[in-house]
Design a protein around this ligand. Structure first.
Ligand code: URA
Length: 238
């Protein structure tokens, strides 16, 4: 594979940017500085370094973002800031895209991946892994709400959700667990119970947990998380 193509796949920039990077003498192959972007490299074999740092080959790349409110879950938008703009430049691989969607005002765990097959599996209606949310609503919660979540809730369009859970953790605050991902699902479930969601944060998605990742911060998935995620989607880790 050409050196510039390899570095492009690894997220180091556009062909043009990479041409400049390579011609500036910042890239070595097996310890030798190369200045020709077309230099052939073995992508699996390693040996490429940028500014002295080895570049490890990864076919796919996955990022966990603590999405802040006020940005939309899209790769680009002419008017509104997107989750891509929140990512630090070193994680902005061009082929990265969000798996599913959090509403503009929803915060919390958002997975971005370069693996379309994985994303497809995770978004399939058959992927019934739990998704947990912290929700604050505009009215007191009670046992009737917990029972409604446990039974499944008829939404305004007639769709009845799968049974989920509501664990009340404050007078107007609960941890919701759902096993599917319909449009605006949590907001619509509470709306069906006569309550408006005033704050929503996704805490976990299948094996992935937001933990104490600060709002607006992002990090690559760990190897253990990648393994667990592929296993949850019944895929073998490539
Ligand atoms: N449910 C919602 O209503 N909104 C989200 O962003 C995610 C789940």
């Amino acid at each position: 594979m050409r050196l510039d193509k390899f570095l492009g796949h690894m997220g180091f920039g556009s062909r043009k940017e990479l041409g400049a990077l390579i011609r500036a003498g910042r890239v070595t192959v097996d310890g030798m500085t190369v200045t020709d972007p077309a230099t052939p490299v073995d992508p699996a074999g390693g040996g490429v370094a940028v500014d002295g740092r080895p570049v490890a080959f990864q076919r796919h790349f996955h990022v966990l973002l603590h999405k802040p409110a006020g940005v939309i879950t899209a790769t680009e938008d002419p008017r509104q800031p997107t989750v891509m703009e929140v990512l630090p430049p070193e994680l902005r691989r061009r082929d990265l895209f969000p798996v599913g969607r959090l509403d503009k005002e929803t915060e919390g765990l958002l997975l971005l991946t370069t693996d379309g097959t994985l994303a497809h599996r995770l978004l399939s209606p058959r992927w019934h892994q739990p998704k947990r949310y912290l929700a604050q609503v505009d009215a007191p919660l009670g046992p009737g709400d917990e029972a409604a979540f446990a039974a499944g809730i008829a939404l305004e369009d007639g769709y009845v959700t799968l049974p989920g859970q509501l664990e009340i953790v404050g007078p107007q605050e609960g941890i919701v667990t759902i096993y599917e991902g319909k449009y605006h699902q949590v907001r619509r479930m509470f709306a069906a119970l006569g309550k408006r969601v005033v704050y929503l944060r996704r805490l976990s998605m299948g094996p992935l947990v937001l933990g104490d990742l600060p709002r607006g911060a992002a990090r690559p998935l760990t190897e253990a998380e990648v393994e667990a995620l592929y296993a949850s989607a019944s895929l073998s880790h490539p």
